[in-house]
Design a protein around this ligand. Structure first.
Ligand SMILES: *Cc1c(COP(=O)(O)O)cnc(C)c1O
Length: 412
């Protein structure tokens, strides 16, 4: 009989979003009159249509595929040169970071890449994650056997949890112990926090001193407006020797359904073989992509390239201002009604303290029952998220204005 990967059985059965779904259905079943007014501010998915520049480029690419002379079959596994060059030039070299075109690996998204990257890391790594955290980092480590079982609170044996609290402004302190791999995500999902140059420098210095690897998720970099906040880990000197960066067109270009992201693997980042020799990660990731991936469709890569055009950049800027205008309205409202508000300034998430005496799920129920608004309970992202809830700014302006009105009418 085929043996299964027993590590999968350690996974806590996708608790957060199924439980949200269950509570929402129970509410709409018992309050059918409220079902139509329900507003979802829970899931981190974009709502506004694709930028015109990307749509036009995809239409043109499809027409090229309809003509024998310009038809294309399989493309390079790492992505087309035109897109790798556009990414490296616009997002890195023009910003003063020496990233080469062939250090960019195009993919179908950074959720996939953060999980797949574990393919080229060996067993036995001590892995650090923040708490609260984007659950993908945890679950993919469980699947590959880097953890033991979860305890009653859902914390896995073997992972190093780095608490992110209001006291440390949701950027974890450098641990006293040695870890081999650290996941950092800034601007952060779920807290909306950003990391300063000084904070990231401390992490890069730690990684260099302890030979650790930083996996840096910058999916929300486009939402940064404060000029002091780094958009990339490679703005920090030395990061090119110890950090991998994941980026995506999902949140800036609205590509969550179109699917395109990329991973930056500098040739200078090294790991250790079982016998203790240095080995660059770049050839391993290249091999992994060549063997297990056939890249993203040609029209999608042309659509992503168009994001860097002048028109594309203007359209992305308009999308970001739309979402950040929502974030500002939601933050203001939460402040006005006396709640503790974090994030929402350089990120599309507002991380709100629950009123005294209410926990994260209590707040979820209160918002659902009194305002017909769906939020995400902070405890769903980790134990340190208890006492908070996340409001997503991905919505129409009309919905956000209505959510603000309803929250102001609630008693806290
Ligand atoms: C949305 C998101 C991504 C992007 O994922 P894709 O697979 O590129 O759509 C990556 N990381 C985090 C933390 C996210 O919230």
């Amino acid at each position: 009989m085929a043996r299964i990967n027993d590590h999968y059985l350690k996974l806590k059965a996708g608790y957060l979003f199924p439980e949200i779904g269950r509570r929402v259905s129970a509410f709409t079943d018992s309050h059918p009159e409220s079902a139509a007014k329900l507003i979802r501010c829970g899931i981190g998915d974009v709502t506004e249509p694709l930028p015109q520049a990307a749509r036009e480029a995809m239409h043109r690419a499809i027409d090229e595929l309809g003509v024998r002379d310009t038809f294309r079959g399989y493309g390079p596994e790492q992505g087309y040169d035109f897109l790798r060059a556009a990414i490296a030039e616009n997002n890195y070299r023009k910003q003063g970071m020496a990233i080469a075109d062939d250090e960019i690996f195009v993919s179908d998204g950074s959720k996939c890449d953060t999980g797949n990257f574990l393919d080229i890391l060996g067993p036995g790594n001590r892995v650090a994650i923040t708490d609260p955290v984007y659950p993908v980092y945890v679950d993919t480590n469980v699947m590959i056997g880097n953890t033991g079982d979860a305890n009653a609170e859902g914390a896995y044996e073997g992972l190093v949890y780095l608490p992110c609290t209001a006291e440390n402004a949701f950027v974890p302190a450098i641990p006293d112990e040695d870890v081999d791999v650290i996941y950092l995500c800034y601007p952060n999902n779920p807290t909306g926090a950003t990391a300063s140059k000084e904070q990231l420098t401390a992490w890069v210095d730690y990684a260099k001193a302890r030979n650790a690897l930083i996996l840096y998720d910058a999916a929300y970099e486009a939402f940064i407006s404060d000029p002091e906040i780094p958009h990339s880990i490679y703005e920090i000197p030395g990061a090119e020797t110890c950090a991998i960066e994941f980026r995506s067109f999902s949140k800036n270009g609205g590509f969550t359904g179109v699917r395109c992201g990329y991973t930056v693997v500098p040739k200078t980042v090294i790991g250790s073989t079982a016998s203790g020799e240095n080995q660059a990660l770049h050839p391993l990731w290249n091999r992994r992509m060549c063997t297990k991936f056939n890249s993203v469709s040609y029209p999608v890569q042309r659509g992503a390239e168009a994001i860097f055009s002048e028109a594309g950049q203007a359209q992305v800027k308009a999308l970001i201002s739309h979402y950040m205008g929502n974030a500002q309205l939601l933050s203001q409202t939460c402040q006005e009604i006396g709640l503790e508000v974090h994030g929402g300034r350089n990120a599309p998430y507002i991380w709100v303290g629950c009123p005294d005496g209410t926990d994260s799920w209590g707040m979820f129920d209160k918002m659902l029952e009194e305002a017909s608004v769906v939020i995400t309970p902070g405890s769903g992202f980790g134990a340190a998220g208890e006492g908070y809830f996340r409001i997503s700014a991905f919505n129409s302006r009309e919905n956000v204005e209505e959510v603000c009105l309803r929250m102001k009418a609630m008693a806290f």
